[in-house]
Design a binder for this molecule. Structure first.
Ligand code: 5GP
Ligand code: MG
Ligand code: MG
Length: 187
């Protein structure tokens, strides 16, 4: 099995992702001045692990980092409904500015659930920083909390993508780019 030869096409190269991540880090650095409390960067496991690792090195402010896990997808490419938190935060986010870091926003179910959860934990603002956004598939409208902002790397076409953290059946996360698999790979 060769990861690269399973790809039908590449949508964003390693270089394009790197440049965009640097821009997102600068935006976040500008919005969260050093005099405001250090934001809590919450990565949504597992998909956001590479994006988060690269992003935090482009944020030139003190930040804390934590992870949360939400289960909503099985091993296929179709959501199996209501997301639930299966691995919880370690950091107390009460009174903190939370930045949720996601690989991709699809139906919006996961973010709706997580924003609600951060609100219930008393976060003073909730922002979202997602590498990709697939607006064509949105089903649930979510609202940010307080002064929360929405940061997005790239708008994604309505296709199932893998790489740079995103998986198909837990594979392909370690590709340094984002692309679409050949149809025969799903069989
Ligand atoms: P939502 O709850 O917004 O429908 O879905 C969010 C999660 O679904 C993402 O964090 C991701 O794990 C998964 N997902 C949605 N679209 C894709 C896609 O095109 N590729 C992959 N690998 N995962 C996706
Ligand atoms: Mg995700
Ligand atoms: Mg997945």
């Amino acid at each position: 099995m060769d990861l690269n030869s399973d790809m039908e096409k590449i949508l964003w190269t390693e270089q394009q992702i790197s440049e965009r991540v640097t821009e997102l880090g600068s935006e976040i650095t500008r919005h969260f001045k050093p005099e405001t409390a250090s934001p809590v960067i919450v990565g949504v496991a597992t998909g956001a692990f590479l994006f988060l690792a690269d992003l935090v090195r482009k944020i030139h402010l003190p930040v804390t980092v934590d992870f949360i896990r939400v289960e909503s997808y099985g091993s296929g490419t179709v959501s199996n409904g209501q997301p639930r938190i299966s691995f919880d935060l370690k950091i107390d986010v009460r009174g903190k500015h939370v930045i949720l870091v996601e690989d991709i926003v699809d139906t919006g179910n996961t973010l709706y659930c997580l924003i609600d959860y951060m609100k219930s934990k008393g976060a003073s603002s909730v922002s979202v920083c997602t590498l990709l956004d697939k607006p064509a598939r949105r089903k649930v409208h979510f609202e940010l909390v307080g002064e929360g902002k929405y940061y997005c790397g790239f708008e994604c076409p309505d296709e199932f993508v893998v790489g740079y953290g995103l998986d198909f059946a837990e594979l392909y996360r370690n590709l340094p780019y984002v692309g679409v698999l050949k149809p025969e790979v799903y069989k």
